[in-house]
Design a binder for this molecule. Structure first.
Ligand code: GDP
Length: 303
């Protein structure tokens, strides 16, 4: 299903800079202080974040000492292992659980790729045979409503939308009601990305949570925060803003195809405490992949 992109292609830019430098480092003949300084600098440049980098380097250093590793190549295997530990997550995606109707809230700032991602996810699940509804609850922007309607036509999802400026709670109410009536499997709710204050954002999202929870048991089952990987560490501060207002259960990292800063994946898991669930790899409907930690690490280190 994901033939167009592999992690190997998606991560070409990140690998070109990050791993290009690392392979130079690992090709060296000894592990000295300079080796550790260089490793630190390279990881920080990939947008892994200072804290995450220091922690990872310390762990690798500790293991190199304990396991008496002498050659940089041995350190490479340990680095891969420690990086993997950072992003491996054992909690299953609620979206894939069997239930009458699964409700997912999509949140994030405008421009992060939220609407496109919502459509890509719809397409992904429709291809698996699911019946999907899109709720255009970003009623602030007429363009967002139209965009979602167009995506819905293209991928075969039913789109529930009201007039621009209308109450997003009413859109969610209608979307859930119609989904239950049509026996749909999944509702993806596109929410507004620009509210003037955190207080407004919080109030708005709380209202949507409450509308959803009243109609469907324990809804929303996932709240996915859409983050633009090209904004690197800024994406993280944005995320913290949203975390205060929404009960974020996972991240969708978009535009990973357009950045050399793929290291932010590691910082997200550590600093936000939620897993990356999907990654965006381009502008088309098929340009999305469920996040797979093993494939991601292998994609980074491929020669
Ligand atoms: P929203 O304002 O958050 O709803 O953002 P949009 O969905 O309108 O996307 C903003 C821009 O980012 C559009 O030009 C999209 O085509 C582009 N975009 C979204 N996801 C990706 C991705 O994974 N890769 C690339 N290269 N572009 C993307």
């Amino acid at each position: 299903m994901f033939k167009r992109f592999s992690f190997k292609d998606t991560l070409a830019k990140t690998r070109g800079s990050l791993m290009g430098q690392l392979s130079g480092l690992f090709a060296g003949s000894e592990i000295d202080d300079e080796f550790w300084d260089d490793l630190e600098a390279i990881l920080i440049q990939s947008d892994m974040g200072v804290d995450t980098t220091l922690e990872v380097v310390e762990q690798v250093r500790e293991r190199v000492r304990a396991e008496r590793v002498k050659h940089p190549d041995g350190a490479k295997a340990l680095l891969k292992d420690e990086l993997k530990k950072l992003i491996v997550d054992n909690t299953p995606l609620q979206l894939d659980k069997k239930r009458l109707l699964t409700v997912v809230m999509m949140v994030g700032v405008n421009g992060s790729g939220k609407t496109t991602t919502t459509a890509k996810m719809a397409n992904h699940y429709i291809k698996q045979g699911k019946k999907v509804t899109l709720a255009a609850a970003d009623t602030f922007r007429a363009a967002a409503i139209e965009q979602l309607q167009e995506w819905g036509r293209r991928c075969g999802a039913t789109v529930i939308a009201h007039q621009p400026g209308s109450d997003p709670g009413a859109v969610v109410y209608d979307a859930l009601k119609s989904s239950l009536a049509r026996k749909a499997d999944l509702v993806l709710i596109d929410t507004a990305g620009r509210l003037h204050t955190k207080f407004n954002l919080m109030r708005e999202l709380e209202k949507l949570y409450s509308v959803a929870g009243k109609q469907v048991h324990q809804a929303p089952h996932e709240s996915l925060l859409v983050l633009d990987a090209t904004t690197g560490q800024n994406a993280l501060s944005q995320a913290k803003h949203f975390q205060d207002a929404a009960k974020i259960t996972g991240v969708v990292l978009t535009k990973l195809d357009g950045t050399a800063k793929g290291g932010v994946v590691f910082a997200i898991r550590r600093e936000l405490g939620v897993p990356v669930r999907f990654i965006g790899t381009g502008e088309g409907l098929d340009d999305i992949q469920p996040f797979d930690a093993d494939a991601f690490i292998e994609g980074l280190f491929v020669e």
